[in-house]
Ligand binder design. Structure first.
Ligand code: ADP
Ligand code: MG
Length: 317
């Protein structure tokens, strides 16, 4: 099977919303008149962003999910995406599973695959997503203000717990391992919540590199500080069953969560609850934005906790 047969078999489908999809030199997208185009790229490198043990359908899902998560964090509606793929060899079992997982998530969010590039090389996946947002309504990292409440969606820390289990540092029993592994390998991008938070949230980011590190981006871009209650972090029952230091490390600094971390003025608390209900994604208040720069981490009784603000950095770890 050659390059073009491969593209035809696994990555070509009839266009739905686009004016032109796979097969020409460019694809043609049709944003709604007056909307701003939102775009973002994320690359997944074997050994760096995923383990060789990941089932291909979950890898396809995740490659798109991490990109859709960036659209969600901006409150953008997905339109389409391109896929640049380097493959060591043509492995049809892999390609069938990968494209199945990828295109199933694409269909869920009405985000069509319109083009890409395919080459031979070490397994590497780069997706670029395109979405749209009304002018002035994109959720940005820079909008947090003193007095705003700080929220996070879903639960955090399971993906990191799974990684530690794979590394052998935190042994987990079968059922727990399979559940947290699913959180790591098949995250759900919070696209509906991001859309529902337009006009409600004052700032937002998706948690990819660890909650505290990603919060640091909001604080710096907004010129504010925050107090965070470590005990308020939403955790799965599986993570909550681990020792408290494991819970805190995974929840605060774990990464790969793809939850939305956002701020909203106290007057919008009801609207936040409504956005969570509308999108079917739970949201938890975990702290407050303050004028004094820096991060103050406390426990449930308000006692100060030590912390490192560090975020995952590919060139430092
Ligand atoms: P070009 O030489 O003009 O860059 P290619 O020969 O690389 O085009 O690709 C042929 C067509 O297939 C193009 O429309 C391109 O967007 C599409 N394509 C290539 N790889 C992929 C892929 N992995 N997924 C989807 N579309 C792809
Ligand atoms: Mg090309």
């Amino acid at each position: 099977m050659g390059e073009f047969d491969l593209i035809a078999a696994y990555f070509t489908r009839p266009v739905i919303r686009a004016a032109l999809g796979v097969g020409d030199d460019c694809a043609l997208l049709v944003p709604t008149p007056g909307m701003q185009l939102a775009t973002s790229s994320d690359m997944l490198v074997e050994g760096r962003h995923f383990l060789s043990t990941v089932p291909p359908d979950r890898l396809g899902h995740k490659a798109l999910a991490v990109n859709l998560s960036d659209l969600a964090a901006c409150g953008a509606r997905p339109l389409g995406f391109t896929l640049a793929l380097a493959l060591p060899r043509v492995d049809e079992t892999f390609l069938a599973g990968f494209s199945r997982g990828l295109l199933a998530l694409a269909d869920t969010h009405g985000c069509e695959l319109v083009g890409g590039d395919t080459t031979q090389g070490p397994l590497n996946i780069c997706i670029t997503v395109f979405g749209e947002v009304p002018p002035g309504q994109a959720l940005l990292r820079s909008g947090a203000r003193a007095g705003d409440d700080l929220y996070v969606s879903g639960t955090v820390g399971d993906a990191r717990l799974a990684l530690e289990a794979f590394r052998g540092t935190t042994p987990l029993t079968g059922g727990i391992f399979e559940r947290v592994r699913l959180a790591m390998e098949q995250p759900a991008p919070r696209v509906g919540l991001g859309l529902a938070l337009r006009g409600v949230a004052s700032s937002a980011i998706d948690v990819s590199d660890g909650l505290l590190g990603d919060l640091g981006h909001i604080l710096r871009r907004s010129g504010v500080g925050a107090v965070v209650d470590a005990d308020a972090l939403p955790r799965s029952a599986d993570l909550a069953a681990q020792p408290i230091d494991v819970q805190r490390e995974c929840g605060l600094a774990g990464g790969d969560d793809y939850e939305l971390l956002f701020t909203a003025p106290p007057g919008q608390a009801g609207a936040v609850t409504l956005a969570a209900r509308e999108s079917g994604v739970p949201v938890t208040r975990i702290g407050r934005i303050e004028a004094t720069p820096g991060l103050r981490l406390v426990d449930g009784r308000g006692a100060a906790l030590p912390h490192t603000f560090g975020s995952f950095d590919h060139f430092k770890s």
